[in-house]
Design a binder for this molecule. Structure first.
Ligand code: DOR
Ligand code: ZN
Length: 343
């Protein structure tokens, strides 16, 4: 197959940052996707509807003039989130969900939740107003091995949570394990998961074998091959519980190539091309459209996009670096060739 045309996809998990970084990366996401669900973990987290609407306006201002990309915002859940904020999310069509970061789990998560039971009243309100909960599903317990943190989070926290709130819509963001896939499959129609392109394409050898490769470091960290295979099987199964969320997460080169490098892969420059590569390798290009353009919109009860995008089989070389305010940004697969190209 040399050309594929599909409904314009949406990215249901994007980090756009702020300021010069926002202006540098927003055009890459806007070029491919109709809509994006923007994560709230800014240096000063987006904790209220007012914060989110101000951020919405900064994102709009950073988009190219002719862009029709539509950002949707999430609020950052804290132990102090007020139920009035949940109601504002329920009422404002630009606000779609609240995001749970266990405190200390990842970038700018210090303001996150330490004791899940403290936010049960908020979850109750979210369930009542049918506002989805997005979850960074990793425990932060230092006694738990980093490769097991997702599995343990599901056992200790997510199973009990979904049991306690059976009508709450929940997205297990960037699922990375077989156990995560099994949990979502067994959980019923209220529970879904996003999958990144990098977790579909790579296992932990890419990060650690033959040298440490900081541009493959993200959280949750890449896992063993058996887990990657389970993710590919889920993404290509046609199960609407699994849909596209890139988790594109830009960090300046100096912050990645460091003695203590930041977590995050910047994939927005070639997101759909990378997913196409993963689906083609699985012999499942026919399943890409549902995953990339239909199931996420259905889950968020938004209309599917009406326009299309086209990918051609056309070898191209990913740039070595991209402008990023005062530093440079190293795109995923920098300097490497990709086989699919967005028209
Ligand atoms: O790799 C990641 N980067 N994982 C996250 O959960 C956060 C993200 C970021 O914001 O940099
Ligand atoms: Zn993320």
């Amino acid at each position: 197959m040399q050309t594929i045309t599909l409904t314009r996809p949406d990215d249901w998990h994007v980090h756009l940052r702020d300021g010069a970084a926002l202006r540098a990366v927003a055009p890459f996401t806007a070029r491919q996707f109709g809509r994006g669900l923007i994560m709230p973990n800014l240096a000063t987290p987006v904790v209220s509807a007012d914060d989110a609407l101000a951020y919405y306006r900064r994102i709009q201002a950073a988009l190219p003039e002719a862009s029709r990309f539509e950002p949707y915002l999430t609020l950052y859940l804290t132990e102090h989130t007020a139920t009035t904020e949940v109601r504002r999310v329920a009422e404002d069509p630009r606000l779609l969900a609240l995001k749970l970061y266990p405190a200390g789990a990842t970038t700018h998560s210090a303001a996150g939740v330490r004791d899940l039971h403290r936010i049960y009243p908020i979850l109750e309100t979210m369930q009542t107003h049918d506002v989805p909960l997005l979850v960074h599903g990793e425990v932060t317990d230092p006694a738990v091995d980093i490769f097991d943190r997702e599995k343990v989070f599901i056992e200790r926290h997510l199973q009990p949570l979904t049991h306690h709130f059976p009508a709450l819509r929940v997205v297990l963001e960037h699922v990375t394990t077989r156990e995560g896939v099994d949990f979502v499959r067994a959980a019923g129609p209220k529970v879904a998961a996003t999958l990144t392109a990098h977790h579909l394409l790579y296992n932990r050898n890419s990060l650690l074998a033959g040298g440490i490769r900081p541009h493959y470091y993200c959280l949750p960290v890449l896992k063993r091959e058996e887990h990657r295979k389970a993710l590919v099987a889920a993404a290509t199964s046609g199960d609407p519980a699994f849909f596209l969320g890139t988790d594109t997460a830009p960090h300046a080169r100096s912050a990645k190539e460091s003695a203590c490098g930041c977590a995050g892969c910047f994939t927005a420059h070639a997101a759909l091309e990378l997913y196409a590569e993963a689906f083609e390798a699985a012999g499942a290009l026919d399943k890409l459209e549902g995953f990339a353009a239909h199931y996420g919109a259905d889950f968020y009860r938004l209309p599917r996009n009406r326009d299309t995008v086209t990918l051609h089989k056309n070898r191209w070389r990913v740039p070595e670096s991209i402008d990023f305010g005062e530093d440079r940004l190293i795109p995923f697969r920098a300097g490497d060739y990709l086989e699919w190209q967005l028209a």
